[in-house]
Design a protein around this ligand. Sequence first.
Ligand code: PRP
Length: 180
Amino acid sequence: MEQDIKKVLASEEEIAQAVKRLGAQISEDYKDKNLLLVSVLKGSVVFMADLMRAITIPCQIDFMSVSSYGSGVKTSGVVKILLDLNNPVAGYDVVIVEDILDSGLTLSYIISNIQSRSPASIKICTLFDKPSCRQVPIEADYVGMKVPDEFVVGYGLDYNEKYRNLPYVGVLKPEIYEKP
Ligand code: PRP
């Protein structure tokens, strides 16, 4: 995998620091609340596993899986629920855990979907934010770090379902996704 990476954008240490900061902030903000972390699979699985262990207050977890990208690089805007939450969210203070906020299409769909189930509150925590790519006006309440408009993989992020297991985040060499 290493040879397909043009440059490292966020090292393991930088990611760990960002996760620790977000965990501490969420622990403080939700200490008197009913925290439910909702991980949007599959990309956020690595971040979720680390973030929940950086949170020092009681919390519950649940998972949702939606599709929006297919196997290509650009978003299609098509969102379909592949896996729904196991439990009702009514009364819970939901924090949606995402690996990356790009066009915002996925999260705007998920927010309105979860909002319709009457949670006590709903906020967004994304490890990476690509603000230059937004197609809908949506911002995260908790952001690990901003990244430029480049094709990033690793720490849960994939290209064609590969590279998710890289422990850092890197920019993919264009020749990998430009192959005919
Ligand atoms: C990625 C990522 C976010 C979404 C962000 O998921 O995990 O869910 O795209 O992009 P957007 O802001 O443009 O909607 P993807 O659909 O690639 O699925 P995956 O998590 O299974 O990799």
